[in-house]
Design a protein. Structure first.
Length: 58
């Protein structure tokens, strides 16, 4: 996994956490759900990149 991919995934995860926190603070369920979705997408990308990295090692 390239450093650029790691940075993008971390940024998406942090952005998702910020959206979720903002949604919680303002009782905005849509914003909260969007933040949670962003975090799940970032986690899925990270898992996919980790799998690719494992295959490259062999």
């Amino acid at each position: 996994m390239g450093i650029g991919d790691k940075i993008q995934n971390a940024a998406q995860d942090l952005g998702g956490k910020a959206k979720e926190a903002a949604g919680n603070a303002t009782d905005n369920d849509r914003l909260k759900a969007e933040g949670q979705k962003d975090q799940v997408v970032a986690d899925a990308k990270k898992v996919g990149q980790d799998v690719k990295d494992e295959f490259k090692r062999d």
